[in-house]
Design a binder for this molecule. Structure first.
Ligand code: ARG
Length: 561
């Protein structure tokens, strides 16, 4: 429980049920100036209920308010201002962290409910771009946060392994490709073919027709088409596996679009039975006028199915298989309409679980202010970025500390941490400008800065020979108040990031803790003999929340760097 929570609880009792605790909590403010206390409760709105002036109410409340954690309570200008007893609050939170360790901040909000989370989901035969990095790291972090809050996340990598682009690729491969070249550099070569196709198709429209033909053959099980498709898929999966390994990310399911091929007919049947399928220029659509949405195309004139059809089948399959209470889709803003349509069609089918479907959108990763496009070959390859980040980190670590034994491991942790943090520190809806230089900075608001702060704290614990199991009598150091307040806010920060599906709140939080700690470190002689064990218990608490906060972002925290 944090200070706000406790203050609101005391207020509930004093107000004898006039307001709910949650109402009180949202009204509690942090005074702008320290001389006005640590927390304030405005009494203006109560004035109507009690028919007294706000100041009178504040004075009466101040009389009644009592708690061992309050140093002083004042009524000023219609506010009840509370000054917390710093030593009591500090001792309580540090004791709690010493006891709970990395369980601090864990909650049971989720009551073990299953939540599926569709994230990463790159497209086969295309490079794993920086754009897909966003979905990957945001999704992974949300899954970790869900778990911390007592949900049971099911991580699904819905591979883009079906669709007309395979028709294009087959046409391009047959015209300009050869086996050896693909084997040598699979993804690069497949990308080259894909780009070449689009260039050629601009001059010769018939190529697109051929591509549609080949995709149709693929859907009908044509042997040559199927052979090429599975070969391209195998090669792509090998590359993706290397990236997930670097990032330390795993999935519970890799069922991609192709997995749903034989479930498509059932979906179309279900739509027919509910009289939802309408003929339009030879194609089959579901109209969504009542949702003010354009119709969803379910089946093309030539009989092939679409992205939306496959997502319908996948949603139904996931409910049948996992019985989720929520089903999340971490996919870019530009697919917002697609998800609105898919969710609306399921709503028209009157499926009760449809309410649990949530699209979690995010902004684009821009390059020089522009969208990166696979078609034009304008992509930044994630694997190259990660490897460059790791090499750079290694040099940086070597320059500051030559005696690290596992330098390659630490370089990987720091390099990938830099890339992940750069993404997650921004609110996900904002666009991000890709900048390798910004990502790799060891100072400022970066992952390495937080990791370095953690490692520095760990080194203090080693130097001071900190004893983990020892209780502290009391913590009395007002100069640590900023850190203490932050420590008490860790659980509510996690809860907020869960409610808003927003890892950036945790990223901001670990930055704030790092800044506060580094300030304290510069001000106080932590290893001062008399205070050593007590101060180190604060340092230890900082390492716990930094490590756990970083873990929730999908970032490791090395103890030396
Ligand atoms: N493969 C798609 C893309 O890269 C993302 C898939 C998102 N998930 C879904 N269920 N549609 O654009």
């Amino acid at each position: 429980m944090n200070d706000k929570e406790r203050f609101s609880q005391v207020l509930v009792d004093c107000l004898e049920g006039t307001l709910q605790q949650s109402d009180i909590r949202t009204r509690i403010e942090k005074p702008k100036f320290a001389h006005l206390g640590d927390l304030a409760f405005p009494c203006y709105e109560l004035s109507k209920i009690f028919r007294k002036s706000p100041q009178t109410i504040a004075e009466e409340l101040a009389q009644k308010l009592a708690s061992p954690e309050f140093e002083k309570v004042e009524a000023v200008n219609g506010y009840v201002n509370v000054f917390l007893k710093k030593s009591t609050v500090s001792t309580m939170v540090i004791r709690k962290i010493l006891n709970e360790k990395n369980e601090y901040g864990t909650s049971h909000i989720g009551e073990n409910q299953v939540v599926t989370i569709d994230f990463s989901s790159p497209n086969i035969a295309k490079p794993f771009s920086m754009g897909h990095l966003r979905s990957t790291v945001i999704g992974n972090s949300i899954a970790l946060i869900l778990q911390k809050c007592g949900f049971q996340p099911i991580r699904i990598n819905y591979l883009g392994d079906w669709g007309t682009q395979f028709g294009k690729l087959i046409v391009a491969y047959k015209m300009w490709g050869n086996e050896d070249q693909v084997k040598m550099q699979p993804i690069k070569e497949l990308l080259r073919l894909y780009v070449q196709f689009h260039e050629a198709a601009e001059l010769d429209e018939s190529l697109n027709e051929q591509a549609r033909e080949w995709f149709k053959r693929l859907e009908n099980g044509n042997e040559e088409a199927y052979f090429l498709w599975s070969w391209f898929k195998d090669e792509s999966l090998k590359e993706f596996a290397r990236i997930y390994e670097l990032l330390g990310i795993t999935f519970d399911s890799y069922h991609g679009e192709a997995f749903y091929n034989d479930q498509m007919e059932a979906v179309i049947q279900q739509l027919k039975e509910n009289c939802l399928l309408v003929e339009s220029d030879g194609a089959k659509v579901v109209t969504l006028d009542e949702y003010s949405l354009p119709p969803t195309l379910i089946k093309k004139t030539n009989g092939t199915t679409l992205y939306a059809t496959r997502d319908l089948a996948a949603a139904i399959y996931r409910q049948k298989t996992y019985h989720f209470t929520k089903s999340l889709y971490v996919v870019g803003n530009e697919q917002a309409l697609h998800f609105k349509q898919v969710f609306a069609v399921l709503n028209k089918l009157a499926l009760p679980w449809q309410k649990g479907l949530v699209h979690i959108p995010f902004g684009m990763m821009l390059k020089d202010g522009k969208k990166m496009s696979t078609r034009r070959g304008k992509v930044v390859l994630l694997e190259e970025v990660l490897n460059e980040a790791i090499t750079h980190s290694k040099a940086n670590i070597a320059a500051r500390n030559a005696e690290i034994p596992n330098v390659d491991q630490v370089a990987r942790q720091v390099g990938t941490g830099a890339v992940i943090f750069h993404d997650l520190k921004h609110f996900r809806q904002n666009d991000i400008e890709f900048s390798l230089e910004d990502m790799l900075k060891f100072e400022g608001e970066t992952g390495p800065y937080v990791q370095y702060t953690h490692a520095r704290a760990c080194s203090l614990l080693r130097k001071g020979d900190f004893q983990e199991g020892v209780e502290i009598a009391s913590f009395n150091d007002d100069s640590a108040w900023e850190i203490i307040t932050l420590l008490t806010e860790f659980p509510t920060t996690i809860e907020r990031s869960l409610k808003e599906y927003d890892p950036s709140q945790i990223a901001r939080y670990v930055l704030d803790v790092s800044k506060a700690f580094n300030k304290y470190y510069g001000m106080v002689r932590i290893l001062d003999e008399e205070q050593k064990q007590v101060r180190l218990s604060l340092v230890y608490s900082v390492t716990v929340v930094l490590k756990e906060g970083l873990r929730l972002l999908g970032i490791e925290a090395p103890e030396r760097m």
